[in-house]
Design a protein around this ligand. Structure first.
Ligand code: HEM
Length: 398
């Protein structure tokens, strides 16, 4: 287990080729063995380029309006006053944004079926891998098989269509065609495994972080007030300039809200560590790591070390007014396998927080007075942080 930034950098960046990512075989089967995060070398870097291209700021800045449309449909579904299960609601939102980023804004006839099947699949993600009829694992594997068939139909239709296809799916189909001069086109199963892989990577992570953002804002009323003021001033300028809605540039003005997100990523460290495996005997800072041994860079320990983050248990977004020391802040990992979706995750959180703080009453009431944590497997506030919320003002529509 590695809790020094220098050693974590060696494993994740400078000698990353000596440490391959490892996951339980059952997880590989469920997500799809050709998804990029199970691989090293040429196949990984080729796919990573395509996935990254799809989530670069220049690629996602146009999706602000689409994400905002989701938020403006999603929040009214809570009604004027209601009790919500924060985690479940954030999962609903993060899933819709993930589907948008993967398939583009024109949803296919198959989209609803994909949603249903994905929900069956995810119920088996953390189950015991017993492939016996009726077990969550066996149900998940059945759903995975049906998902494959559905995705193949979508891929076939998109390959036949003359129109340029949107979202990550478009990039995987078009991008691999462009690279075709040098390399083979991606197969249908490679495309399908990476579509499922990205939905998996984007969904629970973002929903868990958003749940923590709401919990921390609830616990720090003065911060919630300050974030609300920042969002109100952005709302004010949108109205004064007679604009339709939020833009990418507006999100860049959300400085305090961004620092709250940064601090949440540090304090909650939802991806507390990652797994690697030594591909040969490696000597690391005087220790021998035998081939086949697991190596775990512990992000949470580094994020909670008082040497890098003074008073680490204090929730203090102002610590990010100065950049953290290199290699001490890794909520999105580091090196070749670092997260390609970090900008999208931050963007969807900012857009949601804009409307949440300007639409709902200042102090969200907690339904239960309980500060516990549960693991599913990401750490989240106990019982998914049920809260009761009350609408503040009538919202404009776009
Ligand atoms: C706040 C939300 C998120 C957090 C905290 C997060 C965190 C991470 C971390 C720590 C890694 C590196 C894992 C490792 O080194 O083993 C990672 C990888 C990855 N993430 Fe994220 N992620 C988030 C959201 C997203 C989103 C929205 C997407 C997609 C749009 C995404 C797609 C991926 C992919 C595809 C990988 C694998 C990259 C590779 O193996 O090269 N993530 N994420």
């Amino acid at each position: 287990m590695i809790s020094s930034p220098e050693a974590a950098k060696v494993v994740l960046v400078s000698r990353a080729h000596l440490f391959k990512p490892t996951y339980p075989p059952s997880k590989e089967k469920m997500i799809g063995p050709e998804a990029l995060f199970f691989h090293q070398g040429d196949y990984h870097s080729r796919l990573k380029k395509l996935v990254q291209a799809s989530f670069l700021p220049s690629a996602i800045r146009e999706s602000v309006a689409d994400i905002e449309k989701f938020v403006l449909k999603f929040l009214p579904s809570w009604g004027n006053t209601s009790t919500i299960n924060t985690l479940q609601e954030m999962k609903r939102y993060a899933f819709d944004v993930a589907m948008l980023s993967v398939f583009g804004r024109h949803s296919d006839l198959e989209t609803e079926g994909i949603k249903q099947l994905y929900h069956c699949l995810e119920k088996g993600y953390n189950s015991m891998p017993f492939n016996l009829p009726g077990t969550p694992f066996s149900k998940a594997m059945k759903a995975r098989k049906l998902l494959n068939e559905t995705l193949r139909r979508v891929i076939e239709k998109r390959r036949e269509s003359k129109k340029q296809s949107e979202g990550l799916l478009g990039v995987l189909l078009e991008g691999s065609k462009d690279q075709n001069k040098l390399m083979n086109q991606l197969s249908d199963s490679q495309v399908a495994d990476n579509i499922i892989g990205v939905i998996f990577a984007a969904h629970d992570t973002t929903a868990s972080v958003l749940t923590w953002v709401l919990k921390y804002l609830h616990d720090h009323g003065e911060l919630l007030d300050a974030v609300t003021r920042e969002q109100e001033s952005i709302q004010q300028s949108i109205m004064e300039e007679n604009r339709g809605g939020l833009t990418w540039d507006d999100t860049k003005k959300m400085r305090l809200t961004s620092r709250v997100i940064q601090e949440t990523l540090r304090a909650a460290s939802v991806l507390s560590f990652t797994f690697r495996e030594a591909v040969e005997d490696v000597e690391l800072q005087g220790y021998l790591i035998p081939k086949g041994w697991k190596v775990l860079p512990l992000f949470r320990s580094i994020h909670h070390c008082a040497e890098f983050f003074p008073h680490p248990e204090k929730f203090d977004p102002s610590r990010f007014e100065v950049p953290p020391r290199p290699n001490t802040y890794m909520p999105f990992g580091n090196g070749v396998h670092s997260c390609p979706g970090s900008e999208l995750a931050k963007l969807e959180m900012l857009v949601l927080l804009h409307h949440l703080t300007t639409s709902y009453r200042h102090v969200w009431e907690t339904v239960e007075d309980d500060d516990g944590i549960q693991y599913g497997p990401f750490p989240v506030p106990k019982r998914g942080f049920p809260i009761s919320i009350t609408k503040r003002v009538l919202k404009r529509t776009i």
